[in-house]
Design a protein around this ligand. Structure first.
Ligand code: PEP
Ligand code: MN
Length: 361
């Protein structure tokens, strides 16, 4: 695979910077738009990498599908003018080849591509023998295995520097988010791949600019390594994703207003205090586990009693009574109804499973 040698910037080193900020338009539209956005982003001093879509996977045909290869020289030019390395989405082997030919520094695989193992494999095959960082967005459906599969395919092709982008998961109907963040999935992905860079994409999660900062802050509080946020010189006039883009100036302000916290516990005093509180948590978790064990043992006894007396496992009135009591008790302790219901539901299901076993043994 032909690859333009990269100058000055050591991209692998840059990708270790925390927080890592990637920004730029959803789509490269014109040479002027790319140059202006890039220049203004560079002027904020907050951005590490310039992003731009060249080939756009659109839900419906007839929407703007990207300028295609002719936009790559614009990125090259923006890179030269600002010193910002550039990142582009690739969905086919040909796109990989073209992007590398024009010296693109970082490739990413979009959510609509991660879902398809054939496409990911084609990209992975095109990457054999190439040294370029590849960021892999979560698939549009909430399937961790599919996301991990894409990482494995790219890793097998010999790519050393792989990162993850959490851009949320598609759901039916109108919700607060364009793509539900389902944070627990990103957290689990991070737990399973602690060595991989994990970036959050508030733009595609939110789909609208007014809640970008909230999502970005949450990601940073969850110890994500960085953010990828779409920006455009004239967001409302953008040819794709107009509602979620912000001006470079707004982007700069947003990055400024994020509270950056640290996972590292550096002072002795903070360390000692955290240890003490964590010991309390461990102690309480142990007690909760003991109690849960006892509760389920009683459930088992009730199951036996129901069996002996020919009573059904589920008695709706009793379940309502348990729920109401718990919700009222929880409220006094500041526990939300949603949490109490979910918590009891889980225990209740396990209780039913146990009783089912007793009944049918
Ligand atoms: C994009 O980043 O512009 C994009 C198309 O995102 P996603 O793959 O997350 O839909
Ligand atoms: Mn977009």
């Amino acid at each position: 695979m032909e690859q333009t040698s990269h100058q000055a910037v050591n991209i692998n080193e840059l990708l270790t910077k925390r927080p890592l900020i990637i920004s730029g338009p959803c789509s490269a539209e014109t040479e002027e738009q790319v140059m202006q956005t890039a220049t203004q982003l560079a002027a904020t001093g907050k951005v590490d990498i310039l992003r731009a879509g060249i080939w756009k996977p659109r839900t419906r045909p007839g929407s703007f599908e990207g300028v295609g290869t002719k936009g790559l020289p614009w990125l090259q030019q923006a890179r030269k003018a600002t010193g910002l390395p550039v990142a582009v989405e690739v969905a086919t082997a040909k796109q990989v080849e073209d992007a590398l030919h024009f010296g693109v520094d970082v490739l990413w695989i979009g959510a609509r591509t991660t879902v398809n193992p054939f496409s990911v494999q084609d990209i992975a095959d095109a990457l054999k023998g190439v040294d370029v960082p590849v960021l892999i967005k979560n698939p549009i459906n909430p399937d961790l295995e599919l996301w991990i599969g894409a990482v494995e395919r790219v890793a097998k092709s010999g790519i050393k520097n792989i990162g993850l982008i959490h851009r949320g998961f598609s759901s039916y109907g109108n919700t607060e988010y364009r793509n539900a963040p389902m944070w627990h999935l990103a957290i689990e992905m991070k737990r399973r791949n602690p060595e991989l860079l994990m970036i959050n994409d508030p733009s595609h999660i939110c789909g609208r600019r007014d809640i970008l900062l909230d999502v970005a802050q949450k990601a940073i509080d969850l110890d994500f390594d960085g953010l990828i946020i779409e920006s455009h010189v004239d967001p409302d006039m953008a040819w794709s994703d107009a509602k979620q883009q912000v001006t470079p100036e707004k982007l700069g302000q947003m990055i400024n207003s994020i509270k950056w916290r640290t996972e590292d516990i550096n002072s002795e005093e903070v360390h000692a205090h955290m240890d003490k509180m964590r010991a309390q948590i461990n102690h309480l978790d142990d007690e909760l586990m003991q109690l849960l064990g006892q509760r389920l043992k009683v459930a088992q006894q009730i199951g036996q009693y129901k069996k002996d007396n020919n009573i059904t496992i589920l008695q709706t009135n009793r379940w309502n009574e348990i729920l109401e009591r718990a919700i009222a008790n929880g409220a006094k302790l500041g526990l939300s109804e949603d949490f109490v219901t979910k918590y009891l539901d889980t225990i209740h299901m396990e209780s039913i499973n146990i009783q089912n076993k007793v009944m049918n043994s």
